[in-house]
Structure formats: structure tokens, C-alpha cells
Design a protein around this ligand. Sequence first.
Ligand code: ZN
Ligand code: ZN
Length: 123
Amino acid sequence: MPIRPEQRALYPADWPEISRRIREGRAGWRCECDGRCGVPHDGGRCTAVHGRPSPLTGSRVVLTVAHLDHQPANCDPANLMAACQACHLRYDADHHRRTAAATRRAAIEAAGQTTLDVRIGDT
Ligand SMILES: [Zn+2]
Ligand SMILES: [Zn+2]
């Protein structure tokens, strides 16, 4: 997963080693996702293996490390999950959707649209 420039500063200097420790030492180069990406996996855990064709997409798996709380600075192993691209993207997309929904809701409420919705609903 390419790191966005504005995010790079948030990663610790030893992130490459941390990331490798998680993927190699803990995950054994297998995706650690146990359905946290929002899609249940057969057998409970994603079967994607680094460098092999993905069981989900068929393209070569590149194992990445996801931050469960989406905070790059939080590199506690408990906050990290080795994830194939498919799981990582889904995990992040889920987060972005929730964040975007909350932002939209706030904007709608700020614009007084909630009242408008009620009025439309009443007619
Ligand atoms: Zn996976
Ligand atoms: Zn998954």
C-alpha cells in the first residue's frame, strides 16, 4: 500500500521493520484478516498468501499492514493487521464510508436539512 505523502510523517522511522515483523514473524506472510474487512472468510481467516494469486481476485497478493484504528502513529502490534490488498482496501473503505457519512450528516444538519427532510416526509 503506497503511503500518502501527508501520512508519511505520521509513520515511525522504523515502520519498515515493524511492518516486516508483523507480516513475516506474526502472520507468516498470510493475510491476518478474520473478517474485520467486513467480508466473512471461509474457515474464519483470509487465505491470501504474499506473492501467490489472491483467492479473492486472482491477482498476485502483496501483503500490507493495516492500522486497525487508522492511526499510522499507533504501531502497537495489537493495532496492526497483516492484510492482503483486497482486505486492506475493504477495511479502509469501510472506515472512509463511515467517516464520509458522519461528515455528510454533520453538513446536512448544519445546513438545516434535517428539518427539511422531516417536512418533505410529512407531506
Ligand atoms: Zn485478505
Ligand atoms: Zn478480509
